[in-house]
Every structure is written in C-alpha cells, then in structure tokens.
Design a protein around this ligand. Structure first.
Ligand code: NAG
Ligand code: NAG
Ligand code: CA
Length: 199
C-alpha cells in the first residue's frame, strides 16, 4: 500500500513537472519552462487542453509580443526561441497546425531571410529574435530541436486545424518544389512593425 502511494506520488510529481508553464495571470497564452521538440510540444499543449500558438493577424502578433514582454519572456538571444504551431507541409507551404490556415497570409512575421529551410530540414516555426535586431520574428527551424513552446487557449470560433495522419516527415529533408523567389521576405515588414525595440 505504501509502495503504491509512493508510486502515485512519483507519477503525479512527474506529470506536474512535464506540464509546467511559467506562472502568469494571463489565461490566453502560456509559455513553457521545459524544452521539447515540436511534436512533443504540440502534445504537451494538448494534454493541458491547450494548443500551440498560431498568429493569424497583426493583432495576435502584437498580443503575443505584449505577453512575452510583460512577463519578461523575450528570448535572450537568437537561438533561444519558442515553438509556434506553424509547420511546413510536404509540398513546401507553411500552415498553422492549430487553425489549418496558411502562415503569413494576413501578417508576415518572418525574420529577415527566413524561412530558409536550412539543410532542407527546417520545417517548424519558432518565434525568436530577428537577425541582428531586438524585434521578435518567425524562423523555420529543425523540428527535432528542443525548444520552449507557447500554447494558447483554443479559440471559441474561427478556423480549426485538423491533425495530420503522420507528422514523422517533419524530421526529413524536403526539397522545395517552388521557386526560391517566393521565399524572399518583403523588407517593409522588417522596417515597419513594432516601433519600440524591447529593452
Ligand atoms: C499544400 O498542401 C495542402 C494540404 O494538402 C494543400 O491544401 C495546399 O493547396 C498545397 N499547396 C500547394 C501550393 O500545393
Ligand atoms: C520528438 O521526440 C519524440 C520522443 O520523445 C519522438 O517520438 C518524435 O518523433 C520527435 N519528434 C520530432 C519532430 O523530432
Ligand atoms: Ca531558418
């Protein structure tokens, strides 16, 4: 009996650890303390009744930036981002897994020169610091890498994503079938969004 109580305690302790988020009064966004690869991060959000963050418009980008800034969660350096729900589909186009909508349709948050599909293996979207700047921006990165991640409360309305049958392709090389030109980032994004740099 004692043994079983001990075991229960250990299980409860570990599951509490694994669903650990930064403690904030915010009920919209949740930042993890732990670092997981993209698929594990997706599952960790789901286990808490949440979903990985999608950014569908400028307002949502600003809300997220405000959240990260308010709770001092801005990445300290460029290689220290958070997973979002964006993934590259096998055909090369990015979609928000959470909503099933195209990434960058209404707000273009890509960092300068991103997405660049490094080593043909960068299929998951993180939010991190822009190259050489203190602004937050999106980057495609290796899905196998462990990152902190951002969950959101599921939307009450709006588009819903459908889980893919299989996410294992995310670790594989994807040769982009589209012209490289389509991946050149409009400079006005970098110049116009977020006027006040983070301190
Ligand atoms: C990529 O795949 C998605 C999902 O199957 C599809 O909806 C979309 O039209 C495709 N995009 C292109 C450019 O082929
Ligand atoms: C993440 O790690 C799990 C094991 O914890 C593994 O099953 C899964 O394939 C990994 N996903 C990626 C995208 O690397
Ligand atoms: Ca990249």
């Amino acid at each position: 009996m004692l043994f079983r109580i001990g075991l229960l305690f250990i299980v409860a302790y570990f599951s509490a650890c694994f669903s650990e988020f930064v403690d904030t009064p915010d009920k919209t966004y949740f930042a993890s303390k732990e670092e997981l690869n993209w698929t594990d991060a997706k599952n960790a959000c789901a286990e808490s009744g949440l979903e990985l963050v999608s950014i569908l418009n400028t307002k949502e980008q600003e809300l997220l930036e405000t959240f990260l800034k308010e709770y001092q969660l801005i990445p300290e350096y460029r290689w220290n981002g958070y997973w979002l729900s964006g993934i590259r589909y096998p055909n090369g186009t990015f979609y928000w897994d959470t909503t099933g909508t195209k990434v960058g349709e209404d707000v273009n948050g890509w960092a300068l020169g991103e997405p660049n599909n490094g080593f043909k293996r960068e299929h998951c979207v993180e939010i991190t610091l822009n190259k050489g700047a203190s602004l937050l921006a999106w980057n495609d990165y290796f899905c196998v890498e462990e990152r902190r991640y951002l969950c959101q409360s599921p939307r009450k309305d709006g588009p819903r994503g459908q889980d893919l049958d299989d996410y294992s392709y995310l670790t594989e090389k994807i040769d982009l079938p589209v012209a490289k030109d389509e991946y050149i980032i409009p400079l006005d994004f970098v110049n116009t969004r977020v006027q006040t740099p983070y301190v």
